[in-house]
Write a protein that binds this ligand. Structure first.
Ligand SMILES: N[C@@H](CCC(=O)N[C@@H](CS)C(=O)NCC(=O)O)C(=O)O
Length: 212
């Protein structure tokens, strides 16, 4: 199997990079330099017209959207147990929280990090403030879930692709007014995920040294 990841340091490609290492999938990594806007180069746009990362090529098949790729990788390697079997109650929870990442957390982060997109430069402050409120409410919901359930992971005793997604998304809050480490339940979950050797390996390969 030939696997090529197009990513950029510390972005939405991190979860894919992390799962490739967790699952022992050999791959080639192409880090795009956002400062040089390599994600908008004609060559990259030909692969991913959105000009965003991640893009994963598996035997030439183009895959985009970090959550979709994470779920696909988990399905390709069922022995790791990162995705509950289809049709089980746990699978329902898995879809629920993956979709929560995709529909609630990710758009709010997009608004926080790219605040000019929804309504131009004039609305930047209002967009960021709204995104901050949405993110804090969303993280409260995740913290409540972790506190109320048996845990220690989102689906219970077994770590799943949801936990990798959430860890990446928690990381993105590190320089925000209220980082997720302010919620003890989120900090404890993050600690478990940070302690996974594969994350240290991602950090090493991407040259990341914060949120350790
Ligand atoms: N929904 C997409 C979001 C991808 C995304 O927004 N990636 C950002 C980095 S975190 C990006 O490529 N930004 C560069 C740009 O928009 O020019 C996913 O989860 O893969």
């Amino acid at each position: 199997m030939s696997v090529v990841l197009y990513g950029s340091q510390s972005t939405a490609s991190l979860v894919v990079h992390w799962l490739l290492i967790e699952l022992g999938i050999e791959h080639e990594l192409h880090q795009l330099d956002f400062e040089r806007r390599e994600q908008k180069s004609p060559g990259y746009l030909a692969i991913n017209p959105a000009g965003r990362v991640p893009t994963l090529l598996i035997d030439g098949q183009v895959l985009t959207e970090s959550a979709a790729i994470a779920m696909h990788l988990a399905d390709l390697h069922p022995q790791a147990g990162f995705a509950p079997p289809a049709g089980t109650p746990a699978r329902g929870d898995y879809y629920r929280w993956m979709c929560f990442c995709v529909y609630t957390l990710m758009p709010a982060y997009r608004a926080w990090f790219y605040p000019h997109e929804p309504a131009g430069e004039a609305a930047v402050d209002a967009v960021k403030e709204r995104a901050r409120v949405q993110l804090e409410a969303a993280w409260q919901q995740v913290a409540d879930h972790l506190q109320d359930e048996q845990g220690p992971y989102m689906l219970g005793a077994q770590v799943s692709a949801v936990d990798f997604m959430l860890a990446m998304l928690m990381r993105w809050s590190r320089n925000m007014p209220c980082p997720t480490d302010a919620w003890p339940a989120l900090a404890a979950h993050a600690r478990r995920m940070k302690d996974r050797p594969a994350l240290a390996e991602v950090y090493r390969r991407e040259g990341i040294d914060d949120w350790t």
